[in-house]
Design a protein around this ligand. Structure first.
Ligand code: FA5
Length: 339
């Protein structure tokens, strides 16, 4: 092929392709034009490139330069058309090339909520002290939440304003059901199904319509403990709680016992730890009242027991220096990520 004919054909191809690229109005048509003119296998430019071989040698370098120039211009015209149409091909070409040597994007791993984490730790510590884990329902009847725990019908703790009773279509369920207000319910359920000796803990949610402040929330968690056997004494209760506090809060975390009252324990105490220059209550405890042992069919002449119920949130707060219980339930991942 002569040099003149080659350049004429190259110019004709340039005109046709430039016109096609600038006139197409959708990405599919542009892609068709790209394949027709610049297709790597059977595009028209490729066909012309093959003809370069037939150009007489003295004119070959010139022909090659013209060819490269036209190719570059057409590729630029194509790129502009792709940009104009916002085609995916254009988007792809704008993306930086893949560099397999760069470090990968780290996948965000989930974490246990601090309360779940605390529960696992408490189970582990109490497991070492010989306590196994028991469970009970969050929706309870009045027998397990009150009566068997020596809380009679006229007791203020049963006031509907102090509990979440369940209702259907505006009517209180009959027989009444409520969201348990304490994990002491599990004491009863365990003793009902097994004879002594018993040495269990129960960890779970409890519900009370308490006003929210830095140390109170309407839903919180308790760890109940119950040990019933021959000759269990108050000394066993106090040493168990001291061992637990030393293991969870540290040897240097003093706790104190204050005389108190619970209908289901006698004598009863409240347990405090020291924090921020003062004392904060983290649980109640005592010797299981003989009436409770009798209610589940145990013989109070043969066995005695101790029980305790500790606030899991308050333990977790003390341990991690969290000043406000609401932080635990705000669901702010910046806070939760720290644990
Ligand atoms: C009880 O719930 C008794 N059942 C504990 C018990 C068990 C006594 C066995 C004797 C024998 P009290 O209402 O004090 O006790 O609650 C126990 C702990 O739960 C409190 O010390 C506190 O740490 C936690 N707690 C109570 N109310 C809330 C609340 N609204 N928000 C967060 N924690 C709470």
């Amino acid at each position: 092929m002569s040099f003149e004919r080659f350049t004429a054909e190259l110019d004709a191809l340039w005109r046709a392709a430039s016109q096609a690229f600038s006139q197409v109005s959708d990405p599919a048509a542009l892609e068709a034009a790209r394949v027709e003119f610049l297709g790597a296998r059977s595009g028209r430019l490729k066909a012309l490139q093959k003809m370069l071989a037939d150009i007489p040698p003295p004119q070959k370098p010139d022909a090659g330069r013209r060819f490269n120039q036209i190719k570059k211009e057409l590729e630029e015209a194509l790129r502009q058309a792709q940009q104009r149409l916002g085609s995916t091909a254009a988007a792809r070409s704008r993306r930086p090339p893949l560099d397999p040597t760069l470090p990968g994007t780290r996948v965000g791993l989930g974490k246990l909520h601090p309360i779940s984490h605390t529960i696992e730790e408490l189970k582990e510590i109490m497991g070492r002290l010989g306590f196994t884990v028991a469970d009970g329902p969050e929706v309870e009847d009045e027998w397990h939440n009150f009566e068997a725990l020596n809380i009679p019908p006229d007791h203020p703790a049963r006031d509907p304003l102090d509990n979440f009773y369940l209702s259907v279509a505006g009517q209180l369920c009959q027989p009444p059901l409520l969201l348990r207000s304490q994990t002491s319910t599990v004491q009863i359920r365990v003793m009902e199904r097994m004879p002594p000796p018993v040495r269990i803990i129960a960890l779970g949610r409890v519900y009370r319509p308490d006003e929210v402040d830095a140390t109170h929330y309407p839903m919180f968690h308790q760890m109940e403990g119950l040990m019933v056997d021959r000759h269990v004494t108050m000394a066993d209760l106090k040493s168990t709680l001291r061992l637990f506090a030393a293991a969870y809060l540290g040897q240097d975390a003093p706790i104190r016992f204050r005389p108190s009252f619970f209908p289901f324990t006698e004598p009863s105490v409240e347990v405090d730890f020291q924090w921020a220059g003062g004392w904060i209550e983290f649980g109640g405890a005592g010797m299981v009242d003989p009436a409770v042992l009798a209610a589940v069919g145990y013989d109070p002449e043969q066995v005695t027991g101790f029980a305790f119920g500790l606030g899991v949130e308050r333990l977790c707060m003390r341990r991690h220096q969290i000043p406000d219980i609401r932080e635990l339930y705000r669901n702010d991942v910046r806070f939760l990520r720290q644990f």
